[in-house]
Design a protein around this ligand. Structure first.
Ligand code: SF4
Ligand code: MG
Length: 311
């Protein structure tokens, strides 16, 4: 398969008045062209920060280390000016809330056309023609009317589709969508899933960042599980849901409604005082003495798991 994104040993710490937040620790994974890859885990476990690190949109005081390569370019080493050309063009992000992502005072058509002019250097006429096509593609019709309307004139579902149209306007190769289903009802969720599948089938890869296990299951080719700033398992979707390896993955799946909604015992650890050794050890039913040391990432026939049980 064709490699698109390669994330190697990425760590992010953020100094705060309360201490240093270990938001991302040693993240290593890759995404192939056309692949839908989901990063799942509880809210506040550092998933969003990892997405921001890839986009180079971290808070200014964050400390980054590691390497991010996109389509053969080491984007983590680019200047901010060079990165601006990559953002929106090769990699785009879709915000979780269309009501915040769209400027209420600017016509929707103008907001979709803008990234094409900025990132692809398209003329006004060309970008307008392409905006029409994008509106039709996302079933926002008739385009000549919708193009001139303002966000408040759109229905919620239409606004969501317009937001995806905006994110994909410059034909990116990778879309990073952070919590695309947060706070939306089942119907709109299906709407989003259908739009993403459509965009993916046209060749775009996705990094979905979500706490919504059901959505990840419906969407993904592969799943990565994040716990307390670390990726603790990566596996193909089918094997993952059939047989999760990491004790946290097992607990996470038992917590979904289809499996009885058993809550994970114990509290989510603080991202400031992270547990020593395996970060899951205070809650793990299989804890052993060696779990107080950092577990290795074990390769299991293409899956990988960060746990002493498999070492
Ligand atoms: Fe449990 Fe030990 Fe594996 Fe951590 S390393 S998940 S404590 S068995
Ligand atoms: Mg988040």
């Amino acid at each position: 398969p064709d490699l698109l994104l390669k994330v190697s040993g990425v760590s992010v710490t953020i100094p705060t008045g309360q201490g240093t937040v270990h938001a991302v620790d040693d993240a290593t994974f890759s995404i192939n062209k056309h692949e839908i890859f989901s990063l799942i885990g509880e809210s506040g476990s550092g998933k969003s920060i990892l997405g921001q690190a890839i986009m180079r949109l971290l808070p200014p005081n964050a400390v980054f280390s590691g390497k991010v390569e996109l389509d053969g370019t080491e984007i983590s080493a680019l200047s901010e000016k060079e990165m601006q050309k990559v953002r929106g063009k090769t990699v785009a992000s879709i915000a979780q809330n269309p009501y915040l992502a769209m400027n209420p005072g600017i016509r929707v058509g103008t907001q979709i056309a803008e990234p094409m002019q900025a990132h692809l250097g398209m003329s006004k006429e060309d970008s307008k023609a392409r905006t029409f096509r994008a509106l039709k593609y996302f079933d926002i019709v008739p385009p000549e009317v919708r193009e001139r309307e303002y966000p408040f004139q759109y229905s919620g579902g239409m606004l969501q589709r317009a937001m995806v149209a905006m994110g994909t306007a410059a034909d990116p190769e990778l879309i990073i969508a952070d919590e695309p289903t947060k706070g939306i009802d089942v119907l709109k969720k299906r709407n989003i899933a259908a739009i993403f599948h459509k965009v993916a089938s046209d060749g775009c890869a996705f990094l979905l960042i979500t706490h919504d296990v059901g959505f990840a299951r419906a969407m993904s080719d592969r799943i990565a599980v994040n716990y307390c700033g670390q990726i603790i398992e990566i596996a193909g979707k089918d094997v993952f849901f059939k047989e999760p390896l990491h004790p946290y993955s097992q607990a996470l799946l038992d917590a979904v409604p289809e499996r009885g909604m058993h809550p994970i015992p114990g509290l989510s650890p603080s991202m400031i005082e992270v547990p020593e050794g395996c970060r899951f050890h205070p809650r793990c039913p299989y804890k052993m003495d060696r779990c107080l040391k950092n577990p290795p990432v074990v390769d299991m026939n293409g899956r990988c798991v960060r746990c002493w049980m498999y070492a």
